[in-house]
Design a protein around this ligand. Structure first.
Ligand code: C2E
Ligand code: CA
Ligand code: CA
Length: 693
């Protein structure tokens, strides 16, 4: 465990230290083992040198003693032994005769020690502090005795100790040397590694891949540095590629962004940006408890400019309009072009709802100023619808739709004006929207029917004819009034096929009545201005009459005052052609439009239909009585028949009759009814005539 943790600690050391410690440890162990070996050798050598010396001393002394022992001269024996003084190591010596009795002995001066145990001749023995050597003494082959010498070990020990000290010193010095050498050597190894590590660190810290590592001569470290550099080169290249790719992508993104968010004709924001911006404005409005307002602006007469002066002028006009709109709003408001001639404006951070109206008026005033393009003086106007968040909605789509709806109302109110959205507009708009789609299929699906409202000859009180009034029998919504769908049919052009169908259907009915013997009945059919402006209109009417076999003299076409106001030479020619073919022409809703008597002279008109608004107030308003009287007498002076519309009471009928009105039409007599019903009415009337007649 302790070893493990120490190894772990070692592993965490820098490589340089690891290398040094490993090397020092190895060389330390080697030097230590060598030292131990040397010491052991030294001890062995010291032991054998001591043994040889002791033996030599014993042999020499034994030879010198042989004569003294032959003669039993103990005195000379002792003297000879005393010569052992010359040997420092020898502590004592004993000489015994052949019988083992002591003959002489020697003890080094100052030593007091017991004689050692006797050894066999020729033997030796090492113990802790002494070496004992025994040698036999003989003369001419006769054994005289033996000599035993005791040598001290201490001096040998001292020598070994000194030696050990020396070995230790050598070890320390050589380890020190080894350390110094290792430090140098290891620097050769670790320097490139450290340099490489430092380079890697610099690269990653500064992200600068152009830095290169120094390549050293060493095979593997050189390889490592080389590989490292190759890697850096690759990264640098990839980095450069990446940077240019990112730059390119940013450029493309910016371009896409421009395309995605800007209109390329006017440079204004486009619908996509507008939607994003509106979402942000709505969120902001909810947070700040202030208003965001949407203004939907549709140019009233752009199509005409585009058609007559060309697209370049049209584009220039749009640019000028854009600039003018920009002048009317604050800097942080958004002006966008969201369709051909449709603009939308977001007013942000608005406190009072009236601000929207003020800005709308400002825009209208600004637009009304004359625009000059290539010597053309152009006047444009706009219709503006305003919706407000959170008053009307907090949903982006609803806000835009509501402003669009309000704009529609501004258009209907005569253009060049603005309308603020009200919830009441919405149901209307939704209906119109649904109707537009269905209207196209209603003809094919035969969902239209004609009803007929009787017209009464006020003098005779008899039915003189009927006005054909269209109804839409919608499969889901039930009967839909022409007041709701005729304006849409006119806008979309569907009024042409619908009008043709009405005319054909009315002619067929007229023919049926005449075939029934009811030849006094006439049929009045309403026309829309678009029908009249069709170049083949007259031909279509004549064809229909021919195909159905209806009499042109019994057919009356109802025109409105505005249709006559807009009439040009061609229109007048058409009306003349119709009159020439025997048809009658009536002016519908007379009194609601310009009601100029002078233009009546210009047109080949037979009948005036006094609008029901005058009839309605006849009994309460003396002014309306005067007007009605004037209309009737003036019409008569122009040789025109007068039909009063919307007679609801007997009083109205009587007053009109007393003032010379020729015919009447209204709920007092009958509302518009189906073909069977009106036939029944007419037949019942004939029956009464015959009965009274
Ligand atoms: P209009 O030509 O003025 O038709 C008369 C309208 O007054 C009819 O409404 C009729 O139902 C209504 N009316 C009749 N008597 C009275 C009355 O005593 N009191 C009141 N308050 N109203 C009365 P309707 O059928 O809803 O038609 C509305 C308008 O739709 C027509 O007005 C006409 O302009 C247009 N219209 C109807 N049929 C056609 C058609 O086939 N072609 C074209 N282009 N327009 C049509
Ligand atoms: Ca009419
Ligand atoms: Ca009318």
């Amino acid at each position: 465990m302790a070893l493990d943790s120490r190894l772990d600690a070692l592993r965490r050391q820098p490589v340089a230290r690891q290398l040094k410690l490993a090397n020092l440890f190895t060389s330390g162990v080697v030097i230590f083992l060598a030292g131990v070996l040397l010491l052991a050798l030294q001890a062995y050598l010291a032991g054998s040198v001591l043994l040889r010396q002791a033996r030599t001393a014993a042999a020499m002394t034994g030879e010198n003693l042989s004569a003294a022992m032959v003669f039993g001269d103990r005195k000379s024996g002792a003297d000879i032994l005393a010569a052992l003084r010359a040997f420092d190591d020898i502590a004592q010596a004993q000489v015994r005769d052949a019988d083992g009795r002591p003959f002489a002995s020697y003890t080094r001066a100052g030593l007091v020690s017991a004689p050692a145990a006797a050894l066999d001749a020729g033997a030796y023995r090492f113990d802790a502090d002494h070496l004992s050597v025994s040698q036999s003494i003989s003369y001419q082959g006769r054994r005289l005795g033996s000599i035993q010498i005791e040598a001290e070990m201490a001096p040998a020990y001292r020598r070994i100790a000194w030696y050990a000290l020396l070995v230790w010193l050598v070890m320390v010095v050589s380890l020190g040397l080894a350390n110094a050498v290792l430090v140098r050597l290891q620097r050769i190894v670790t320097e490139p590694l450290l340099a490489l590590a430092k380079t890697a660190e610099t690269v990653s810290r500064h992200g600068d891949f152009s830095i290169r590592a120094k390549v050293y001569a060493s095979a593997d470290i050189g390889l490592l540095a080389g590989a490292f550099n190759t890697m850096l080169e690759r990264i640098e290249k990839r980095d450069a590629e990446l940077l240019s790719e990112i730059a390119e992508r940013k450029r493309v993104e910016a371009k896409l962004d421009r395309l995605a968010h800007f209109d390329n004709v006017t440079g204004l924001h486009n619908r996509y940006y507008f939607n994003d911006r509106l979402a942000a404005a709505v969120a902001q409005a909810q947070q700040s408890q202030r208003r965001a307002m949407v203004m939907f602006l549709d140019l009233d007469n752009f199509k005409a400019v585009n058609d007559t002066l060309g697209h370049d002028t049209g584009d220039e006009l749009l640019r000028i309009v854009s600039r003018r709109l920009g002048l009317c709003v604050r800097l942080d408001d958004t002006v966008a072009r969201i369709g051909g001639d449709e603009f939308a404006i977001i007013l942000e951070n608005v406190g009072d709802q009236q601000v929207g109206e003020q800005i709308a008026q400002k825009c209208l005033t600004e637009l009304a100023k004359v625009i000059r393009i290539n010597d053309n003086e152009i006047y444009v106007s706009g219709s503006i619808g305003i919706s407000s968040c959170p008053d009307d909605a907090i949903d982006v789509h609803a806000l835009l739709k509501f402003s669009d709806t309000a704009m529609y109302y501004a258009k209907n109110a005569g253009k060049n004006t603005y309308r603020v959205f009200t919830p009441g507009m919405q149901g209307e708009a939704q209906k119109r929207f649904a109707m537009n789609g269905n209207l196209r299929r209603a003809l094919e699906r035969k969902e239209f029917v004609l009803h007929y409202q009787p017209q009464i000859d006020l003098h005779t009180g008899r039915i003189s004819g009927a006005e054909a009034l269209i109804r839409w029998a919608h499969p889901d919504l039930g009967t839909i009034s022409p007041l709701e769908f005729i304006p849409i049919a006119e806008e979309t052009g569907l009024i042409i096929p619908i009008g043709n169908w009405v005319l054909r259907e009315a002619c067929l009915q007229l023919k049926a009545w005449h075939d029934h013997g009811l030849t006094h009945l006439r049929m009045a059919v309403n026309l829309s201005s678009r029908q009249l402006s069709e170049s083949n209109f007259v031909q279509m009417v004549l064809d229909t009459l021919a195909e159905t076999g209806a009499s042109p003299h019994a057919l009356e076409l109802e025109l409105t005052e505005s249709m006559l106001m807009d009439a040009n030479q061609q229109t007048i020619a058409k009306l003349d052609a119709l009159r020439a073919a025997g048809l009658m022409l009536a002016i519908d809703d007379f009194g609601t439009g310009y009601s100029s008597m002078t233009y009546l002279k210009r047109f080949p008109i037979n009948t005036l239909k006094v609008d029901r608004s005058f009839v309605h107030d006849l009994l309460s308003s003396t002014r309306d009585v005067a007007i009605t009287k004037a209309i009737i007498s003036m019409a008569h002076s122009l040789d025109l028949q007068v039909v009063a519309e919307g007679i609801e009471t007997v009083g109205q009928a009587a007053l009109l009759l007393s003032n010379g009105c020729n015919s009447g039409q209204g709920f007092y007599y009958s509302k518009a009814v189906g073909s069977d019903e009106i036939l029944a009415l007419v037949l019942a009337e004939s029956e009464r005539e015959r009965a009274s007649g």
